[in-house]
Design a protein around this ligand. Sequence first.
Ligand code: GLV
Ligand code: GLV
Length: 322
Amino acid sequence: MTSVLVTRRLPTDVAALLRHLTGIDIDVETWPGAGLMPREKLLRKVAGRAAVITMLTDRVDAELLETAGPDLRIVANYAVGHDNIDLSACQQHAVVATNTPDVLTAATADATWALILAAGRRIVEGDAVQRAGTPWSWAPDFLLGREITGKTLGIVGFGRIGQAVARRAAGFEMTVLFHTASSNRARTVPGATATPLAELLARSDIITVHLPATAATHHFFGRQEFAAMKPGTLFVNTARGNIVDEGALSEALASGHLFAAGLDVFEHEPHVHRRLRELPNTVLTPHIASATSETRAAMAELACRNIAAVLNGQDPLTPIQS
Ligand code: GLV
Ligand code: GLV
């Protein structure tokens, strides 16, 4: 029987959906654990499968593909990011790799705005004051944040998510600058201006990262880039942690050069750089930018639709473009 492995419980009945989409009986095994599927279990369980739904925490490499064996036809990653997948190894093994773009764009853009507003307006510090029960009184200079409306927003990486962040900026009457390395997709968000990186860094009040994690974007933001930002800049990252040199970021925050940072992703997840945890001017969330019930269900459905297409001999809906 056609057999599918799912490395984490999903908010969808994968077996029922796959049977419905393919019309064949499919055996689905889901790792039942509360935590990550341990690597050795994954390697043991992947053998003989036709498809596997992987999380961004599962490394898909030559070892896994060889262990899976010749029946494996598709790896459906339950994420838009795919830095956990060795695409050339997939190609060598004639395995299709897919991701979940589009369905998580709005949730991730919304979460980016949540971080911009929370870090800019010191929402978490204010919440801590209230929870501590310490006496406070209204004062003209109490917990002053940064004005958001009317400021300049710099978006680095202008794929689907970067563009969705730009569209949301219209309500805040912002000047929107963007920088992108790739030019093969239409970049049309009214009012957003393509800007060389150096100029974007120098002009923006808020800088938000929406690059993919690749060898070329590793530590894209380092000491030099933070130094090139205006004093008082607000920095947000909902893309991938290793795009940012966390040591350099913590220095820029500790010195007061940056006003604050809102971060959903970290270089060594689930570990968070100690200084980032200790600084008062960081808002830190545990990689939850796509975490809404609607989006997580849509991601599961898209992963299943990709698998069904491949098992049915059709093209996948959202193959990863290398
Ligand atoms: C989450 O980080 C994703 O890439 O979907
Ligand atoms: C890339 O930026 C994406 O949103 O898929």
